[in-house]
Design a protein around this ligand. Structure first.
Ligand SMILES: [Zn+2]
Length: 297
């Protein structure tokens, strides 16, 4: 029923949406959408799982109407003064083993880029996420071998803390550094490459702090993702990358991505000031130990 209501709402506002997109294109201010998924599987359905067929249908629709770009290109378009091309970037959070069965092969087969954010303690131990245990299903996290295979296939691996911590609740700088840079360091160790992006677990404004954002910036990461549902406007600093939840079904995604005027303005107040970062600065891989020292001590 909810899907039908959303469909109806989208039909009623259809011409308004077309006009809005025309105007945004004309003035070169088409915002960039960055999507986040968690798990694609046909078993253990929950609010953070999308079925295989629903995922394929979403990709079909996205490929028809958008440039699908990697996070670096999305960031470049956000930083440009003008963007005329409807653009989305695909990301995943947490690191579920079953994504190796369908979601990632499907993206690779379609030659679509994606960024895959992983909480590394679960990969190391094989333990299930607390939110899955609370929901009564012990789902398996990715293995190191799976992440290596994803990376070899061109999927960018990003950091998502070590323990899936709510960093909005962590005051201790040492712990913040361990969660953020520890996960970066784990991944760089396993993948022998540079990790460039970080995504805050939960990703709502209350799950992010100035201290944590500063750790991300001072570590020389290229940017970080939130998850509270917002667009990225051109001519922005582009260090903070706002994301839109894509686990719900296609109609909800269509409603978001066809430029619903109610969703175009940021509705929330952020608990941090976006830091100015030197975009030319590049991290060297495996220098996190050094970062630990400089950030903590
Ligand atoms: Zn997460």
């Amino acid at each position: 029923m909810k899907e039908q209501l959303l469909w109806l709402y989208r039909q009623v506002t259809r011409s308004q949406r077309y006009r809005l997109l025309d105007t945004l294109r004309y003035v070169g201010q088409v915002p960039v959408g960055i999507l986040f998924y968690h798990r694609v599987a046909d078993t253990h359905s929950n609010p953070w799982t999308l079925s295989r067929s629903d995922f394929s249908r979403q990709l079909d629709w996205l490929q028809k109407y958008f440039d699908i770009v990697d996070l670096e290109e999305a960031q470049r378009r956000v930083r440009m003064a003008h963007c005329e091309q409807p653009t989305v970037s695909i990301t995943f959070d947490d690191g579920y083993s079953e994504n190796a069965d369908f979601a990632i092969p499907e993206l690779v087969q379609r030659k679509l880029p994606a960024t895959y954010f992983v909480s590394t303690d679960f990969v190391r131990t094989g333990a299930s996420f607390p939110h899955d245990l609370e929901a009564g299903t012990a789902l398996a996290p990715n293995t190191i071998a799976q992440l290596r295979e994803f990376a070899e296939q061109g999927i960018e691996i990003g950091a998502h803390t070590r323990t899936h911590a709510d960093l909005g609740q962590v005051q201790d700088v040492g712990r913040i550094v361990d969660e953020i840079l520890g996960s970066v360091h784990d991944l760089e160790d396993w993948l022998e490459g540079t990790v460039r992006y970080f995504a805050f677990p939960f990703g709502q404004p209350q799950n992010m702090t100035q201290a944590a954002v500063d750790v991300v910036a001072r570590a020389g990461l290229a940017g970080f993702c939130s998850a509270y549902g917002a667009w990225n406007w051109p001519n922005s600093m582009g260090f903070h990358l706002r994301r839109i939840h894509a686990d719900p079904k296609l109609e909800k995604l269509k409603n978001w991505l066809t430029y619903d005027s109610r969703k175009l303005c940021e509705q929330v107040e952020l608990p941090f000031v976006e830091p100015r970062v030197d975009r030319r600065a590049k991290r060297q891989p495996n220098n996190s130990e050094h970062c630990f020292q400089t950030l903590v001590g």
